[in-house]
Design a protein around this ligand. Structure first.
Ligand SMILES: Cc1ncc(COP(=O)(O)O)c(C=O)c1O
Length: 407
């Protein structure tokens, strides 16, 4: 009856079953993995109200006159946003999508036939594999190496090159990466470009967290200097950039040598035209919303910094510590030793706190030296009081696990 690509095993996991049972019993759950800014008191309410009021006054939105690449004023504002980091982006190089996930789907349709392969970083956010599979495309992981010192993870270029095959079509890089919070190193960008050019691969880089650098300053990013390189697609969107996941406006910037770029844009436009999924009125509000970007990101960065400081203070002197990171909305809490991540997450849930175990992100259970460790991933977006409560329970659970361990 159903296609193989829709043949998922929908049986709830043990963890999902425990969570549902706890909720059904009316017991509170503090979701320390919640990375939805609108549930953490970070919705840009005034910017949202102003945007909606301006739309209500805009008589032109009564007329539907679709542009497959999306509203041109939105595309101009998005091009200007990318230009601030040294990129050469024109409005006609931008295609709007209804969320970043749709951007990925369009790109897989553009670049890969069923059975082709896209290469995705591991560890990583467990979404790309599903998005690729829905287009009949295989996602092949390439490893990121944890730093021995500092925060920046590096691409294992030898392992990446060894994983390439005749059906490889594209390589994905998350810049900065979720959940490691690491930017792609400029040297890794150069190597990826060289390999992509040699092997005829397209590069897809996901910059949804580009404005979340903890110090405020991001490296130049992949678009600066992409003009002469292989075909390069950059994804971003309102969900993370403006803390507005409900606005459902995201985009693809197409870069690379002009002839290939323009050919890709024409074909991408054809795909977008088949769906016309982006709401023109919502797109029309993007210039005004993007003008609020710095204030919105400042509030998010302050929350993340305050929670990160609390986390480090709460874990000081315990068997756990949070890995250093450059950017992003989450932290990886690492417990040295061969602890069972699922058991730790279950013990936390029994005390009313939900976290994500590291294996969910393919974190691998080994530190940079190869020693066993357990990782738990927490969101740094929560209201600071809630975060403090969750982290106090986390510390207790780590202490209990350590004392219960046979020495
Ligand atoms: C790296 C990365 N890209 C994309 C997304 C999805 O973004 P959107 O809400 O625009 O679909 C996420 C979601 O957390 C993410 O972590």
């Amino acid at each position: 009856m159903f296609a193989r690509r829709a043949g998922w095993d929908l049986t709830p996991t043990e963890a999902a079953r425990r969570l549902a049972e706890r909720r059904a019993r009316g017991l509170a759950v503090l979701d320390l993995s919640d990375s939805n800014p609108t549930r953490c008191g970070l919705a840009p309410a005034r910017a949202l109200a102003d945007a909606l009021a301006a739309l209500a006054r805009d008589a032109t939105i009564a007329r539907y006159d679709p542009d497959p690449r999306g509203d041109v004023s939105a595309r101009a504002a998005i091009a200007a946003y990318h230009a601030r980091r040294g990129a050469h982006v024109a409005p006609e190089h931008v295609v709007l999508t209804a969320g970043t996930s749709e951007g990925y789907a369009h790109l897989f349709r553009l670049l890969a036939d069923p059975g082709d392969v896209v290469h995705v970083p591991a560890p990583g956010y467990p979404l790309f594999e599903h998005l690729a599979a829905l287009e009949g495309v295989a996602a092949s992981p390439y490893p990121l190496r944890a730093p021995r010192r500092g925060a920046r993870w590096r691409i294992d270029l030898d392992a990446f090159a060894a994983a390439l095959g005749p059906r490889s079509r594209a390589v994905l890089a998350i810049d900065p990466h979720n959940p490691t919070g690491s930017f792609v190193d400029p040297d890794d960008w150069s190597s990826l470009r060289a390999i992509a050019r040699e092997r005829g691969l397209a590069i897809v880089s996901d910059e949804v967290f580009a404005d979340s650098a903890h110090g405020g300053d991001a490296p130049p990013g992949a678009l600066a200097g992409a003009d002469e390189g292989p075909l390069h697609f950059v994804l971003s969107g309102a969900s993370k950039l403006l803390a507005l996941p409900q606005w459902k406006i995201a985009w693809i910037v197409v870069a690379g040598a002009a002839a290939a770029r323009d050919e890709a844009l024409a074909r991408l436009e054809f795909i977008a035209d088949a769906f016309l999924s982006v709401s023109p009125p919502l797109a029309r509000a993007m210039p005004a919303l993007l003008a609020e970007r710095e204030a919105i990101q400042r509030a998010v960065r302050e929350r993340v910094a305050a929670n990160r400081a609390q986390l480090d203070a709460a874990l000081a002197g315990s068997a756990a510590s949070a890995l250093p990171s450059e950017a992003g909305w989450s932290a990886i809490v690492r417990i040295a030793g061969g602890y069972d991540e699922e058991a730790l997450a279950t013990a936390l849930l029994e005390r009313g706190v939900l976290v994500q175990p590291g294996y969910f992100f393919d974190l691998g259970g080994r530190d940079a030296e190869g020693a066993p460790c357990a990782d738990l991933v927490v969101s740094l977006l929560l209201e600071t009081r809630d975060f403090a409560r969750g982290v106090a329970v986390l510390r207790e659970v780590v202490a209990d696990a350590r004392s219960a361990r046979p020495s």
